[in-house]
Design a protein around this ligand. Structure first.
Ligand SMILES: [Zn+2]
Ligand SMILES: [Zn+2]
Length: 639
């Protein structure tokens, strides 16, 4: 009889698998492990005596993950066959696993308050990488020699077996703290801890601390009054989450997962509302520097603060940094609506990525990422991390510059649709796609190539009111009434010119503080009513008409409608329009598959409407790629 445990893991990244495998290798248990599609499988004899204690050890050592969706176990007469998949074990950029965290706060360890604590299964490996494949020599740690204790650990500690980036306080990286008067260094247990203590106390006193972290420079400070919309809520004390935010269990678990995403969460306490409004991008401490600071913030009596992602050289009362030229990745944002999890955009934890399929010797480029052939197969990562990039043909996303002379320019909308089809193994079947980023595209995939069947109309912010006047009878009067009632706003919009997208114009028209798509999303979230108002999206043909849309908003504004209901109605109307056109196209082309792509879908109001209107059509989206622009670098492999 066999005892089988299946962990439902919806990614082919190796970190959980590798961690369990290391534990198996270090114990003398007779247990087989396999990695199948969306599953990590453990198989042992039912009467294996060490099984119970081993599974307990796994439970204590395994971090939570956004890809881990429960587990099941069962007994079987027959030994199941493992259908192994190709595992992606490219360098990670994660938070810390439970063992490494414990070590960092254990005063007897060699890594007490050492922010670069990490192991084979956790930490920001990618930040240290100078070139693929990852090794000590291919990292910025190449000039640091591991001490005897670390060398021994590389043989003895199953989690750090041959770990290329091993270091500890004795052989690792010193920290430096500078203000206008003094400079201090941290290079032993006492001073590392002191440095974070001093930083936290300074923040408690209202000072700002600019810190170099493994996820980039961050300016930390205590919020006072309404904070900059760019500021991210940084939770030091886990209890603050439920006290100040209104979050569901999926959001709570995701925030604390080893991937540590950025999540937009609704505020609950009056205090949080006064700083952030109705919702705020939130982060639970995600790498060594931030985790140590968080611990000392709690000691200084702060349960949360904020930070802004910034560049080297940012002004602050204090600077904390270290002498290692790391390359942080762009952080990633996650969207959660009940059981829907969408990676919105960003690099960290998603890239580098091993790619299956694609065209040999085709290089594709988008959002600063390159998909190219290497000795390890096709990989997506930043160009500078490849030793060389062999290419017969180069595809570059529209709107991005490339130094390659004969580069083919590709449409992000079309490539994004292909990336969804490729992820769902539906290339070669017909499909309709909706791509919604700054603009809205309706696409048809005829089993060979993608056609933009309803491309967006040209939109120009110049002469906006002239376009609106021409819409239909009475539009003239609408513009005049608007000018009379909102003369300053009229003048501001009338002076817009150049590359201003529809959402920015909309945000300006609605007088939102954050003049962007984000600002409209945030305001829509604060709408507590049931239904919105119908906003005009088209005039004559089926195509979305930006000017009709703006005219409709102008007339609602004239009649005194408030920001939240207008913003909510915008997404509701988009949801209705998208569902309407997509359903028509599916019918006309007799296709079954509907893909959605583009980061505009990461919006609670729009997603709610799409789910309601397109429940039968069961649209598919990217799973392990962002729904944003980054996925087009993958999709362009199939153009
Ligand atoms: Zn670890
Ligand atoms: Zn060491």
């Amino acid at each position: 009889m066999y005892f089988i445990v299946e962990l439902n893991f919806r990614s082919n990244k190796s970190y959980l698998y590798a961690l369990i495998k290391a534990l198996i290798d270090a114990s003398d248990i007779d247990l087989e492990i396999g990695f199948e599609k969306e599953k990590i499988v453990l198989i042992s004899q039912k009467d294996e005596p060490k099984l119970e204690s081993f599974l307990k050890q796994v439970e204590e050592t395994l971090p939570a993950s956004i890809y881990l969706k429960g587990s099941r176990h069962f007994v079987s007469e027959e030994k199941p066959q493992i259908k192994a998949i190709a595992i992606d074990d490219l360098p990670l950029d994660l938070s810390l696993c439970p063992s490494c965290q414990k070590e960092m706060f254990d005063v007897s360890s060699r890594r007490y308050y050492y922010p670069f604590t990490s192991c084979n299964a956790c930490g920001a490996h990618h930040a240290f990488l100078t070139q693929h494949p990852l090794s000590r020599a291919n990292s910025v740690m190449k000039f640091l020699v591991p001490c005897e204790a670390c060398k021994k650990e590389m043989q003895m500690n199953p989690l750090r077996k041959s770990y290329p980036l091993i270091s500890c306080i004795d052989c690792g990286v010193a920290l430096r703290m500078v203000d206008k008067k003094s400079e201090r260094y941290a290079n032993d247990k006492g001073t590392y801890r002191q440095l974070f203590e001093v930083s936290a106390r300074a923040i408690a006193k209202g000072k700002s601390v600019v810190m170099k972290t493994l996820h980039g420079y961050r300016k930390f400070y205590k919020p006072e009054g309404k904070v900059n919309p760019k500021a991210i809520l940084f939770i030091a004390d886990v209890n603050a989450l439920n006290r100040h935010l209104m979050l569901v269990v999926q959001e709570f678990n995701a925030l604390l997962s080893i991937e540590r995403p950025l999540l937009r969460i609704a505020t609950k306490s009056d205090e949080a509302k006064s700083h952030f409004g109705s919702s705020v991008w939130t982060k639970y401490p995600d790498e060594g520097m931030s985790m140590l600071l968080a611990r000392e913030l709690i000691n200084a009596g702060l349960e949360y603060i904020v930070y802004e992602a910034c560049e080297e050289g940012e002004e602050g009362d204090f600077l904390v940094d270290f002498d290692l030229p790391i390359t942080p990745q762009k952080d990633f944002r996650l969207f959660i609506n009940q059981d829907t999890f969408l990676l919105i955009d960003g690099e960290r934890t998603i890239f580098p990525k091993a790619v299956q399929g694609g065209k040999r010797d085709r290089v594709s480029i988008a959002s600063g990422l390159v998909c190219a052939d290497t000795d390890m197969g096709k990989i997506i990562d930043r160009a500078e991390l490849f030793a060389q990039i062999p290419a017969k043909e180069v595809y570059v996303a529209q709107g991005e510059r490339s130094r390659v002379k004969d580069a083919v320019s590709f449409s992000v909308a079309e490539a994004s649709m292909l990336s969804v089809l490729a992820e769902h193994e539906k290339l070669g079947e017909g499909a309709i796609g909706v791509h919604f980023d700054d603009r809205l595209h309706f696409l048809y995939y005829n089993k060979k190539s993608v056609i933009d069947v309803v491309p967006p109309r040209a939109f120009e912010a110049d002469n906006l009111f002239a376009h609106i006047r021409e819409l239909r009878e009475g539009s003239d009067r609408l513009v005049e009434n608007f000018r009379a009632k909102f003369p300053d706003l009229y003048a501001r919009i009338d002076h817009l010119s150049g590359e201003v997208d529809l959402f920015r114009v909309t945000a300006i028209l609605l007088e939102l503080e954050d003049e962007s798509f984000e600002g409209i999303s945030e305001s829509a979230l604060s709408f507590l009513g049931k239904g919105g108002m119908q906003i005009d999206t088209k005039v004559t043909d089926n195509r979305f008409n930006d000017y009709a849309f703006l005219a409709s908003l102008m007339s609602y504004k004239l009649s005194g409608a408030q920001q939240p209901i207008l913003c909510y109605s915008i997404f509701e109307s988009f949801g209705d329009y998208i569902a309407d056109i997509a359903t028509q196209l599916l019918g006309k082309t007799k296709t079954q598959t509907l893909t959605l792509s583009g980061r505009a879908f990461a919006n609670q109001s729009l997603w709610g409407r799409i789910q309601r209107n397109l429940a039968l059509q069961k649209p598919i989206l990217n799973k392990n790629y962002p729904i944003g622009r980054e996925s087009s670098v993958y999709g362009a492999q199939f153009l």
